[in-house]
Design a protein around this ligand. Structure first.
Ligand code: GLN
Length: 498
């Protein structure tokens, strides 16, 4: 096979990895190709930082390992990180003015594992970092419009949002500026942008991937995961992202690393797919309903059986999440005070005024809104009425899933009630909160969930189907998605002009 570098960006992670191992392309040539694409498509707003010197240095090191036969599993394949993972050599802003220009002295665990690893500790997968991707400020948002550094445009229609908070990650993969990206999902931030941009993304079980080096939003919910074009690529990346990191993240699960690619080819005969009645109610747009139903029919053709189930507290997941997440955020974000790192206001009268000015100028509106809500629900007198109550309902939501999993092996439904909306289309933050309705229940329960492209709705915009599994059932979700992708072509569609 001869490979011209002209179309390297159309290849998947699996295909690129193979070409690199066979030395049909070099890591340096591949990195250069994608860096050029990132600069040509700057207008999408997907990248917040690139550093070609660092990228090309990593690529040269990858080429030496490939030549020496000491390559990692994905050696030389390019990757870009959501700007919420600290990454040495690249500034990390978390989409906030508060961290503008912040350089971390170390790599997040996920970054090290996918990259070169940690010397004298372990070898990583060998992927080459292209840069850092735009996101909503501190991952708070559903449209990427809360980024302090401007919005990201959806490559399918540049007048629309890419979803959020991992909007830069989804847009960059859809526009083929990178074969894969990392994202984080607290209440839907991998699944919803993947759905809006027509790509595949998975959030693993809470605790599967280390949170070390991930700028914290809501620590009991935050989870890292990959975004790519295919389920197979997601399986490849996830296999290298996960694993215990007990010394650095106390909520890291002590379960062995799995190779998620191993179970991709199991058949779906008699697989019980639970269809939650609450996910298909009046709030679901017709175009999304039609696309998801079409995909469910495909699963039936592959031998799966659809089983009606109920997740009765689906609606409550919105108020529960918007109490718990802001509560945790208000605590996590107290570290940004102008003293330790990041931005400090220029003019102030005394220490207290420095804190006030720094936080007033450094945080955006949505972040301030959540800090205020969080502080309120945790305050004396309201703690029992809001926070404690929310925690109790959170437990009930998790129990509802366990009831449902007695009747089914996986749960399927829409990722979001509509396709991507217009930039500026949601002027009221509540509209964004309500659109999270289908992703929040799984997040609150800590379950793995993924988004798979299943066709197009209004405005020819992509629609994603969500698959939710029981704890540690990522392999099953990836298997279902992979079989669906082998039987259909939706994931191969490409936006015009990229
Ligand atoms: N849209 C949700 C929020 O704004 C989820 C964000 C996320 O998963 N990081 O909080």
């Amino acid at each position: 096979m001869t490979q011209t570098s002209k179309d390297l960006h159309d290849l998947t992670v699996a295909q690129l990895a193979k070409l690199l191992v066979e030395r049909k392309v070099s890591a340096t040539e591949t990195a250069q190709h994608f860096l050029t694409r990132a600069s040509v498509h700057q207008d999408l707003g997907a990248f917040l930082a690139t550093n070609p010197e660092v990228t090309l240095q990593q690529a040269r090191e990858a080429d030496s390992r490939l030549a020496a036969g000491t390559a990692g599993a994905l050696e030389g394949v390019p990757l870009a990180h959501k700007d919420i993972f600290v990454t040495s050599g690249f500034a990390c802003t978390a989409g906030s003015k508060m961290l503008k220009g912040y350089m971390s002295p170390f790599d997040a665990t996920v970054v090290a594992k996918l990259g070169a690893g940690i010397p004298n500790q372990y070898q990583g997968a060998g992927m080459v970092t292209l840069g850092k991707l735009n996101c909503d400020e501190f991952a708070m948002g559903s449209s990427n419009e809360n980024s302090a550094f401007g919005p990201v445009k959806n490559p399918w229609d540049t007048t629309r949002v890419p979803g959020g908070s991992s909007g830069g990650s989804a847009a960059a993969v859809a526009a083929r500026l990178t074969p894969a990206a990392t994202g984080t999902d607290t209440g839907g931030s991998i699944r919803q942008p993947a759905s809006f941009c027509g790509i595949t993304g998975i959030k693993p079980t809470y605790g599967r991937a280390s949170r070390y080096g991930m700028v914290a939003f809501a620590s009991s919910l935050d989870q890292a995961g990959p975004l790519a074009r295919t389920a197979e690529d997601c399986a490849l990346l996830l296999s290298h992202m996960c694993g215990p990191d007990l010394d650095r993240d106390s909520t890291s699960l002590d379960v062995p690393v799995e190779d998620f690619t191993r179970s991709l080819n199991q058949d779906l005969v008699d697989l019980r797919v639970g269809i939650p009645v609450e996910f298909f109610g009046d709030g679901l747009a017709d175009d999304v309903r039609v696309a998801v139903n079409q995909a469910l029919k495909e699963l039936e053709k592959l031998g799966a059986k659809l089983v009606p189930i109920s997740l009765p507290r689906t609606e409550q997941s919105i108020p529960v999440y918007y109490i718990i997440a802001p509560a945790e955020a208000s605590s996590n974000l107290s570290r940004f005070d102008g003293v330790k790192f990041g931005f400090r206001a220029e003019n102030y009268t005394d220490l207290n005024d420095m804190y006030l000015q720094t936080r007033a100028q450094g945080f955006g509106d949505e972040v301030k809104r959540r800090i205020m809500i969080g502080t309120y629900v945790l305050s004396h007198g309201y703690y029992d009425a809001y926070y404690l109550q929310a925690q109790k309902i959170r437990r009930m939501i998790a129990d509802d899933f366990q009831q449902a999993f007695k009747q089914c092996d996986v749960i399927a439904g829409p990722v979001a009630p509509t396709v991507a909306w217009k930039l500026g289309g949601h002027s009221d933050p509540l509209a964004d909160y309500l659109a999270d309705i289908f992703t929040l229940p799984g997040s609150l329960a800590g379950l793995p969930g993924m988004s798979v492209p299943v066709g197009f709705g209004a405005g020819n915009m992509p629609v994603g189907m969500q698959l939710i599994g029981n704890y540690l059932q990522e392999a099953r979700l990836l298997n279902v998605a992979h079989r669906l992708q082998q039987a259909t072509d939706w994931h191969n569609a490409k936006p015009q002009g990229v």
